[in-house]
Design a protein around this ligand. Sequence first.
Ligand code: CO
Length: 147
Amino acid sequence: MTILIAAMMLVLFSSTTFANECELSISATDTMQFDKKRLSVPASCKEVTLTLAHSGQLPKSAMGHNWVLSIAGDMQAIANDGMAAGAVNSYVKPDDSRVIAHTDIIGGGESTSITFSIADLVPNNDYRFFCSFPGHWAIMQGSFSIK
Ligand code: CO
């Protein structure tokens, strides 16, 4: 009986661990900072779910944050086009094929999440995540890697 319970707990623990590896969380502050500079997921993840939380209090019109994923070389151009697209588009140009995934813009106290496939991503590429709110990308960015 004890062995059976131990085996069941092992199965439960293993599946929980696997699922958690494909779930990422990051938070952003009123001082224009992400709390992580690196995110990584195993290549075995079919889908990745990222949750972005805004731990500050400022409204999204003043200190909005989103989470945008692209290859490093596209980041600045995506941010520039996003600024032109405006708040109504969460500062991401609609249907921008350079954008792998992105969340909406959120303000203080809010959170949002997005689920996306990494099937087309190449482990050796240099992927970056960043916030495309005007003026934020240069500071609010980090690496995204596939293990
Ligand atoms: Co931001």
